[in-house]
Design a binder for this molecule. Structure first.
Ligand code: HEM
Length: 355
């Protein structure tokens, strides 16, 4: 469905009108009352009305001379040219049909020194079979310290941090590609890769990935409004950079709250109508300073009733599990933690203590 020219868009006029009026498009589920996000896809006030009026007026072309210049799209990386690219060592053969267990594919970085990373992007080899990819970093200490680094799912944007903020990948780390493949009737092979751009300047804040997850969910059959919550308390001051909600097909609503040491509560992100198909990271337009002792709480609602059109089976109690017909409840968030001491020029940079 290309929409690059008038000729391409015109046949979709009615569908565009209804997608706009139903709120299906543009895909953006955050309640505008809470938080301002730098990657907000929603339309500015008046734009929806302009588009609908265009359709109602017969979707005319107008004068081509007034048209803006066609947009240029770059093929390939959306981050700057990566300094290093790690690819699955060999292609994973995806059969034409059947259910495939998650694949966990270790890829050694062979980093001989700690690296500060400014931007990451995961690119699927064959996007028609990659349901999602999650890349975690095993720091090689044997302590099973695995930290979320980056993910891919349709519609997700790459992670690019502000200058001065960076992720730390320690020397000797291994990247573990968690790959979820879905068959689609045609056999295929996939080699997903991740590109990293290194920080050009020593960072003053370290980006740390956190999560509040409710592994204990048990959603009764037919239950239309099951709620659960999970939280994490910060043991040091940190800036909240972004948030991401993850549930499966019974996911109904999701909220992130900050409960401050003063007892005051603030809603950071509210997704009143969660849509499994759209799970962006919501990046705050301005990072939010959370004092030491703040509790970040994720609250989720699920609909296991037959009224949920995406529900694959309302007749079962649903527990945590990896497949789409199981459930999950994870509130991911990125924190920017001030580094305790600015590193001396040329010295090896040390991260601040994590939360
Ligand atoms: C004013 C903005 C937009 C308009 C008018 C629009 C319009 C549409 C229309 C008419 C459809 C077909 C709907 C149907 O089959 O019922 C559609 C589907 C789709 N759009 Fe958009 N769109 C907009 C923004 C976006 C953006 C920003 C993205 C991606 C970030 C996007 C991604 C998609 C995808 C992946 C589909 C197919 C999947 C689906 O049907 O859910 N759209 N859009």
């Amino acid at each position: 469905m290309p929409l690059l020219t008038y000729q391409q868009a015109r046949p979709w006029a009615k569908a565009i009108r209804s997608a706009l009026l139903s709120g299906k498009m543009p895909p953006w589920q955050a309640d505008p009352h809470y938080g301002k996000f730098s990657n907000d896809l929603s339309l500015a006030p008046g734009e929806k009305e302009t588009l609908v009026a265009w359709v109602d007026g017969g979707a005319p072309e107008g004068n081509p001379a007034d048209a803006p210049r066609p947009r240029q799209f770059t093929e390939g990386w959306r981050i700057a040219k990566p300094d290093v690219v790690f690819e699955m060592p060999e292609a994973f053969e995806v059969p034409a049909s059947g259910v495939i267990d998650y694949q966990y594919i270790p890829v050694k970085t062979n980093f001989t020194e700690d690296k500060w990373v400014q931007a990451v992007e995961v690119r699927p080899g064959d996007r028609s079979v990659v349901h999602h990819a999650i890349i975690v970093v095993d720091d090689g200490t044997g302590m099973q310290n695995e930290e979320y680094l980056a993910g891919y799912a349709p519609g997700m944007s790459p992670q690019i941090w502000e200058p001065g903020q960076a992720r730390l990948i320690k020397a000797g780390s291994t990247l573990i590609f968690q790959m979820h493949y879905q068959t689609n009737g045609k056999a295929s092979a996939d080699r997903t890769k991740i590109g990293l751009v290194f920080a050009r300047q020593p960072p003053s804040r370290q980006i740390v990935a956190g999560q509040a997850a409710a592994h204990w969910i048990a959603i009764p059959p037919g239950e239309p409004d099951y709620h659960t919550a999970a939280s994490v308390t910060l043991h040091q001051e940190a800036y909240l950079v972004g948030m991401r909600a993850h549930m499966h097909l019974r996911g109904k609503s999701f909220e992130f709250r900050a409960i401050y040491p003063s007892g005051e509560t603030e809603i950071l992100l509210s997704i009143p109508k969660y849509d499994f198909n759209w799970q962006p990271y919501y990046y705050l337009a301005t990072p939010k300073l959370l004092p030491k002792g703040t509790r970040i709480e994720a609250r989720a609602g699920f609909d296991n009733s037959p009224n949920n059109p995406f529900n694959p089976d309302p007749g079962k109690t649903i527990f945590w599990g990896p497949q789409t017909w199981d459930e999950m409840m994870i509130g991911w968030f990125d924190l920017a933690v001030p580094l305790k001491t600015a590193p001396e020029p040329g010295s090896k940079m040390k991260p601040g203590s994590s939360f």
